[in-house]
Design a protein around this ligand. Structure first.
Ligand code: ADP
Length: 541
């Protein structure tokens, strides 16, 4: 039809062009390997991104080719985030914490043409290299002492003095490829289009989402290889926010010192990180975090006790969000609506501990085991299905697990939820982690949140274990707080009046530590394997 708007693509290059011309002077701050803090600007970072794009083209990288990164969060990784999609190639972020076998599978599956590797990570990468055949490897290194047969990152960029400006491309081309972190099975590829990332950035920046603005100072503790760094590098570039990158130092002391010294306003990470920060702040009081406006926590359930503890003890506002690699990742966010502004604190905390309501353009529904959609009554449980412009329509390259999508194109998340009348989700479990006892579901997420309130429990995972009479029963695996040893009677007493009696774990096993995935989630499937025979021949309790 004539007389409509211009058909300008929603592409990463267009977003970057604005960043270059409107806020080139804004700061990007990064901790280096030697722990010093380096300051640069968007202008310099985007110059690096254009140089990288030109260098890749000079190496023969074609539009659509995959260029992988094996890096911490730092400025060259930002070059890759911006420069690779802007060159028409696809940025593929590799999870440095996966096993070499899994990484080799992912590199081969994605058929990465080039891999950019941090020199400090070379010992981790070397066993992967041995398994992936010949691929071009670029090493980011301060010196020229790099492994034979690899290219030097700095040299490649230095040779590109005439790197061309960022040019538009079709918004429906692939920009970033990210594999799921494999918490519940083999990793699968998710390919984000330019359009999806641009729209995700707009939504993420909204006041009732992350509330990002030019004046924001953002430190993503989430690794840049986990779910697209939660979209933050793109959303920050869109609004002109200052970015603070932690380099290889993700321990609580290093993060807290950056939060304080850089007057960070927004930070983001998984609950494991949040718990580590809380423990550090409790043990080392006196930090000035007055600039910090919000800590986004997602990737696993954030217990209400921890949200309260941050408020009460440190004046830090935790915002709980739900998302998946398949949803780019922001799906829902828990912002207390204005009509509850004067509600009792308990009611507000109860809201904040849920996963919240979907962002714009994200649609949700849930389906019961009988195949019917569940009502939005906050009671009926079902598997969450989502759709939206930044929700995957297939796994890359298109033939993996098609059963994850319904016939009418919604994505089956595998998460079991209830939905409240205004669309607020509560995640009760992953379908694979639920305990199915006597035909009824027990939410391990709820049990864990309540158990964590017990002072003798530092960490807890509840898993389903096969049981002769009930099919499955819950087993609580507990890391005790120093000097304590929680017992089954303690735990049962603690649960009295809080959850139904038939939900009580049948046993409590105190362990030294609990295994985690590369992005810090508990490896429940591994624990289920280890404790598979735990209740064998045990009588029902
Ligand atoms: P993986 O599936 O390998 O863990 P993702 O990082 O994509 O990879 O994880 C997405 C899953 O994490 C969701 O399906 C959900 O089970 C869980 N999750 C994400 N955010 C939350 C949250 N706020 N509360 C509970 N679970 C969450």
């Amino acid at each position: 039809m004539r007389g409509l708007m211009m058909d300008m693509p929603l592409s990463i290059p267009a977003l970057l062009r604005r960043a270059e011309s409107v806020h080139p002077h804004k700061a990007i701050v990064s901790r280096l390997v030697d722990r010093s803090v380096m300051r640069t600007t968007y202008a310099e970072t985007l110059d690096g991104a254009r140089r990288l794009a030109a260098a890749l083209r000079a190496l023969g990288v074609q539009p659509g080719d995959r260029v992988a990164t094996f890096c911490w969060n730092h400025v060259p990784h930002l070059h890759a985030y911006y420069g690779i999609p802007a060159s028409g190639a696809i940025l593929h972020t590799l999870n440095i914490r996966l096993h070499a076998e899994e990484l080799a599978y992912i590199v081969t599956h994605a058929d990465d043409a080039v891999i950019i590797v941090d020199k400090v990570l070379w010992p981790v990468f070397e066993p992967v290299r041995a398994r992936i055949g010949h691929r071009r490897i670029i090493v980011i290194s301060d010196d020229h002492d790099i492994p034979p047969g690899t290219l030097h990152y700095g040299d490649l960029l230095a040779a590109q003095d005439d790197a061309p400006p960022f040019e538009d491309m079709d918004e429906h081309t692939g920009a970033v490829l990210c594999y799921t972190s494999g918490t519940t099975g083999r990793s699968k590829g998710v390919l984000y289009s330019h359009r999806a990332l641009v729209l995700h950035s707009f939504a993420e920046a909204l006041p009732d989402m992350l509330d990002l603005a030019e004046a924001s100072r953002v430190l993503a503790v989430v690794p840049m290889f986990h779910a697209n760094a939660w979209g933050l590098p793109f959303a920050c570039a869109l609004v002109g926010a200052t970015q603070i990158l932690p380099g290889p130092y993700l321990d609580a002391a290093s993060i807290v010192s950056l939060l304080e010294s850089e007057r960070v306003t927004h930070t983001a990470g998984v609950p494991t990180i949040a718990h580590a920060l809380l423990a550090h702040l409790d043990q080392h009081p006196g930090h000035d975090l007055s600039a910090l406006r919000l800590m986004l926590v997602g990737g696993a359930a954030m217990p209400e006790t921890t949200i309260r503890a941050f408020d009460d003890r440190h004046g830090v506002k935790v915002i709980h969000a739900w998302g998946m690699t398949e949803t780019a990742p922001l799906g829902t966010i828990s912002r207390v609506p204005s009509e509850l502004a004067d509600a009792p604190a308990d009611e507000q905390y109860a809201w904040r501990a849920t996963q919240g309501r979907p962002g714009p353009f994200v649609e949700v529904r849930a389906r019961a085991e009988d195949g019917a959609l569940v009502p939005w009554d906050d009671q009926a449980m079902g598997e969450l299905e989502v759709r939206g412009p930044w929700v995957a329509s297939a796994y890359y390259p298109g033939d993996d697990a098609p059963d994850r999508w319904t016939d009418d194109g919604w994505f089956r998340t595998g998460d079991i939820v209830t939905i409240e009348k205004t669309g607020r989700l509560t995640i009760h479990d992953r379908a694979k982690d639920l305990v199915k006892s006597g035909g009824e579901w027990i939410s391990t997420v709820t049990l864990e949140a309540v158990l964590l309130e017990h002072e003798a429990i530092a960490e807890v995972v509840v898993i389903a274990v096969p049981h002769e009479r009930w099919g499955e029963r819950p087993l609580a695996l507990v890391v005790a707080t120093p000097g304590c040893r929680p017992t089954l009677p303690d735990v049962r007493q603690h649960l009295d009046g809080r959850v139904a009696r038939w939900w009580y774990p049948d046993a409590v096993e105190v362990v030294d530590s609990l295994p985690r995935t590369g992005v810090g989630k508990y490896q429940k499937h591994r624990l289920r394997e280890i404790y598979r025979d735990y209740f064998e021949e045990s009588a029902p309790q």
